[in-house]
Design a protein around this ligand. Structure first.
Ligand code: FMN
Length: 349
């Protein structure tokens, strides 16, 4: 049994400090600056990471980094003050280093390196999870990026257990650590295992102990849908730091309730701050409007429907709402549907 308390007054910790670190995962096509703002605003997270920025042949101009990480224009944090790390995906150490330098000069709070993306198109161009097959290259990328940017900007890496199987996991992790990274996130599945449950948290135990001796924290990731999952993962992996991905979309309050479950006072304090379905339509409406304003009202319904698909795993009402709006493509019609769900009428034009 967990006891919850409101998170509003919870002091921010970073995973570089003692205690637990909680990171909001990078998710291409979903975790853009709007979603990062909404979820970190609800609370619990120490840090978030951008969708990957693909580095293939050139040093990207500032506008590309600003598009994927508009937070660079406002001090590198979300409006709630949560630092945003810029994630790079590519295979050429020198080019990755030059792009990392651009991102850090633009004010990135940290650089995260993606060695986990399973997409065939990405892997074909030698980026993402395919580098798990080449630990030496993976290590060289970490080293080159580490050397290219100021010491006070952390370099972190995100890996899987391996490509086909997990037999090289220790070698891969050691290569990343030797490259001078400050934190290692491990999605506890191989590339072949994709996103299929289970995640093999216990596989992280040796590495997290080994990394700890080098002062590097290992962040456990994969199949963390509830506070109970996080506590089970903690027990199996020995990790104190966690990255929440799809679970954070299913439950917008997951960060803060996980934070409560991990807190030292979890036994004693009453439950507060859990979001009921009645809290969600307003959030959805904010999301719709922000998408229309930041991108294009003609396409604002698509991300909204995508989020509903995730939300239905925790809120059955989201499934019912999705069934009602799945054919809606018009912004105003969607807004009216959400307003009805919210039990308020849209303001008269
Ligand atoms: C739609 C989607 C997009 C993703 N995009 C990224 C990405 O851009 N960079 C990355 O490192 N991982 C990405 N991931 C992987 C997640 O960050 C995370 O490692 C994975 O979903 C496992 O965690 P989970 O089981 O809690 O969802 C993505 C996952 C999904 C489902």
């Amino acid at each position: 049994m967990y006891a919850w308390r409101a998170m509003k007054d919870t002091p921010k910790k970073t995973s570089g400090q003692t205690g637990h670190g909680l990171v909001l995962a990078p998710m291409e096509g979903v975790m853009d600056s709007i979603m990062r703002d909404l979820l970190t605003g609800i609370g619990g997270y120490d840090r978030c990471v951008t969708e990957f920025v693909r580095i293939s042949q050139t040093v990207l101009p500032a506008r590309v980094f600003h598009r994927l990480c508009p937070e660079l224009l406002t001090g590198g944090t979300t409006p709630s003050g949560t630092p945003v790390f810029v994630q790079l995906l590519g295979s050429d150490p020198a080019l990755m280093a030059r792009n990392a330098r651009v991102a850090s000069d633009l004010g990135a709070r940290g650089i995260d390196l993606n060695f986990g993306c399973p997409a065939k198109t990405v892997n074909k161009s030698q980026g993402g999870a395919v580098l798990l097959k080449a630990p030496d290259v993976l290590g060289s990328i970490c080293t080159a990026v580490r050397e290219a940017i100021p010491d006070n900007i952390p370099v972190t890496a995100k890996i899987r257990l391996g490509f086909e199987d997990d037999s090289q996991f220790e070698t891969i992790a050691a290569a990343a650590l030797a490259g001078g990274i400050s934190e290692l996130t491990v999605h506890a599945r191989t590339r072949r295992q994709g996103y299929r449950p289970p995640a093999h948290w216990s596989r992280l135990a040796n590495i997290s102990a080994m990394a700890a001796t080098a002062g590097v924290r290992v962040i456990a990731n994969g199949e963390l849908w509830s506070p109970g999952d996080v506590l089970r993962c903690q027990a199996a992996s020995g990790c104190s730091d966690f990255m929440l991905a799809r679970g954070a979309l299913c439950r917008p309050d997951l960060g803060r309730i996980v934070r409560c479950a991990l807190s030292d006072t979890a036994q004693a304090t009453p439950i507060e701050g859990v979001m009921a379905w009645t809290d969600i339509p307003h959030l959805l409406r904010t999301y719709l409007h922000r998408n229309a304003a930041q991108y294009d009202p003609r396409y604002a319904c698509n991300p909204l429907k995508q989020w509903l698909v995730y939300l239905q795993y925790h809120y059955p009402q989201a499934g019912a709402l999705f069934a009602r709006v799945k054919r809606v493509r018009d912004f105003d019609e969607m807004d009216r549907a959400l307003a009805a769900e919210e039990h308020i009428l849209p303001a008269a034009a």
